[in-house]
Design a protein around this ligand. Structure first.
Ligand SMILES: Cc1cc2nc3c(=O)[nH]c(=O)nc-3n(C[C@H](O)[C@H](O)[C@H](O)COP(=O)(O)O)c2cc1C
Length: 320
């Protein structure tokens, strides 16, 4: 079970949390090949991981096979990741405008040159994988064709997010197309899109030919999803729900770990950067609306701890 790469979310700390909670394979947030080539310290930080998180892939985006290849080699020299992953799925304009991410789904010759450029440069030191969407828009769903090209270029596995670029994150992921890709190629295909619990994972594993699954947004709200899904796959039953106190413990721990790392700067900046993450964790908590309003303003771990104590106390009183 993979934790999906999510820029601004799956940093080294969140990956550690998901690993502890049962995610098997992780991919870093995407980094631009150009940023790596310029040895940009910030870009380099995005590729951070710890040995406990292995197997870890570092994800690169870019539209030039040679530069991508050089960047991949640099990363291997720095960090020895377990694999290099190429992003053919990012829908963001900034990335697409630079011929990166999902724009390559519209240009198979360039896509192929990027994939083979990386494979050639890496020279078998580590496997190269790809992550893609199913096409540019609904009139050009070409995932089966693209996956065939990627296989021929030497990709070792492909993760497929079952949406087109124009869908963004709207509509539902199309698992029929994911299944068609998994049947069309002989390398492992990892299915991705809208998985939120063990029952979803089991259903997709039964109904499709995927070799593995990848979970993204559901983990932002509920990083226990990996442990819960594994329990469900093993026993066919739901695991007992995670209580409010345990959820808050994780929220506070995440804040402390983030403040302890130097990624975002001082405590105030760190908590400011984490506010949207905190709101994701607290979706579905009792009094979520009021909590969200407060979380918009937190600037220290102490404030989060205070909110946690109040929230737990209120829930206890409501149970009396
Ligand atoms: C905030 C956010 C950031 C993302 N960043 C990346 C990224 O850096 N690389 C990538 O391949 N996909 C990225 N994705 C897409 C996810 O990896 C995944 O394909 C998508 O969310 C669908 O899976 P889900 O329904 O389980 O969330 C991002 C998604 C979100 C919501």
């Amino acid at each position: 079970m993979y934790l999906a790469p999510m820029a601004g979310v799956t940093d080294v700390i969140f990956r550690q949390i998901c690993k502890e909670l049962g995610a098997d394979v992780m991919v870093t947030e995407f980094v631009s090949a150009e940023g790596i080539m310029q040895a940009d310290a910030r870009t380099r930080k995005y590729t951070e991981f710890t040995d406990e998180q292995r197997p870890v892939g570092v994800q690169l985006f870019g539209g030039d096979g040679e530069r991508m290849g050089e960047a991949a080699r640099k990363i291997i020299d720095w960090k020895r990741p377990d694999f290099i992953d190429i992003n053919f799925g990012c829908p963001v304009n900034k990335v697409v405008a630079k011929n990166g991410g999902s724009s390559l789904l519209k240009d198979c010759p360039v896509l192929s040159s990027v994939a083979s450029g990386v494979v050639r440069a890496v020279g078998g030191q580590v496997p190269v994988t790809a992550k893609m969407r199913i096409g540019w828009d609904e009139t050009s769903v070409n995932a089966v064709e693209v996956a065939g090209i990627l296989e021929d270029c030497g990709m070792s596995a492909i993760a497929v997010h079952g949406r087109t670029r124009s869908q963004g994150y709207g509509g539902a992921a199309d698992w029929e197309v994911i299944d068609a890709v998994a049947r069309a190629v002989s390398i492992p295909v990892i299915g991705n899109g809208d998985l939120t619990c063990g029952a979803d994972v089991l259903r997709r594993k039964h109904q499709t030919a995927v070799s593995g699954v990848m979970i993204g947004r559901a983990a932002m709200q509920n990083p226990w999803v990996f442990r819960e899904a594994k329990h469900f796959l093993e026993t066919g039953t739901e695991s007992p729900g995670i209580g409010l106190e345990e959820r808050w413990e994780l929220v506070v721990r995440h804040c402390r770990l983030a403040v302890g790392s130097v990624r975002y700067g001082d405590e105030n900046q760190t908590l400011t950067a984490m506010r949207s993450r905190l709101m994701a964790y607290c979706k579905g908590f009792p009094g979520a609306k009021e909590l969200r309003q407060k979380l918009c303003h937190v600037a220290s771990v102490g404030e989060v701890e205070d909110l946690a104590a109040i929230s737990i106390r209120r829930a206890e009183l409501a149970d009396l």
